[in-house]
Design a protein around this ligand. Structure first.
Ligand SMILES: C[S@@+](CC[C@H](N)C(=O)[O-])C[C@H]1O[C@@H](n2cnc3c(N)ncnc32)[C@H](O)[C@@H]1O
Length: 231
């Protein structure tokens, strides 16, 4: 397993049942089975090829009996009574939102979500916090020259995020991560490039204002972090 999947596995707590949605090669559930995860294990994928690859991985690891495979869209075949952990990783944030949106039953505090958006993390954080979920944990992992963002969420509570936090992750959770300085510098660089383009183009004043607000919030938080770090 690569470092990104290992980091996802490290966020799994022992439980009664876990589904890995969009499992592809099935590396995560196979590793969990090998490492003694105590509950039931499910792996779903919308495409036949990846699900067949997942079965093959499980067979080769001697774990085929341990995992139930589901060929379906997202959580469509998942029995809500048999899981307490839902992992959706390696997809766009908007795809993850769609999967959760089509499974209303997961809007219940009994389920812990472990999510890893490849893109559009801001769409996912917006969807979660506007649909009654709270983000409980944010983590960064560096793998193959990229920094990936992982988060855990659960239904319940009321969390209001700054616009910048939709992009970066919840400040109070992510600032503790050793990769935060590198990640925030990376995001700031991307933001500055985007701002230059928007200022030159002059065609989207609304987006320009939003991006300026985000850049300002990020600057303020970094200054706050430096001040509190100095104390
Ligand atoms: C890039 S792979 C990620 C594999 C693994 N989860 C990881 O993080 O390495 C994305 C997988 O999600 C599957 N997928 C995409 N949309 C899906 C959906 N709506 N429901 C189930 N699987 C989906 C794809 O077929 C593909 O196998």
């Amino acid at each position: 397993m690569n470092k990104r999947l290992q980091a996802i596995e490290s966020l799994v707590e022992p439980g009664d049942g876990l589904i890995d949605v969009g499992t592809d090669h099935g590396y995560l559930p196979v590793s969990l089975a090998r490492n003694g995860y105590p509950g039931a294990l499910f792996a779903s994928d919308i495409r036949k090829g990846p699900l067949a690859a997942a079965r093959r991985s499980a067979r080769e690891a001697g774990q085929e009996e341990r995992i139930e495979f589901q060929l379906c869209d997202g959580l469509a075949l998942c029995d809500p009574a048999r899981v307490d952990t839902i992992v959706i990783a390696g997809m766009g944030g908007d795809t993850i939102c769609g999967i959760l949106d089509r499974a209303e039953w997961c809007m219940d505090g009994r389920y812990r979500l472990i999510l890893q958006p490849m893109t559009r993390g801001e769409v996912l954080r917006y969807w979660l916090t506007n649909n009654g979920f709270s983000i409980e944990r944010e983590q960064l992992v560096s793998d193959g020259g990229e920094i990936y963002s992982l988060l855990c969420a659960r239904f319940g509570g009321q969390q209001t995020l700054l616009d910048a936090e939709l992009y970066t992750g919840v400040f109070s959770l992510i600032e503790q991560d050793p990769l935060w300085p590198a990640y925030s510098a990376l995001l700031r660089g991307r933001l500055e490039k985007l701002l230059r383009g928007l200022r030159q183009g002059g065609r989207d004043p609304g987006r320009l204002r939003l991006m300026e607000t985000i850049a300002e919030q990020l600057r303020e938080r970094e200054a706050y972090g430096k001040r509190t770090g100095d104390l």
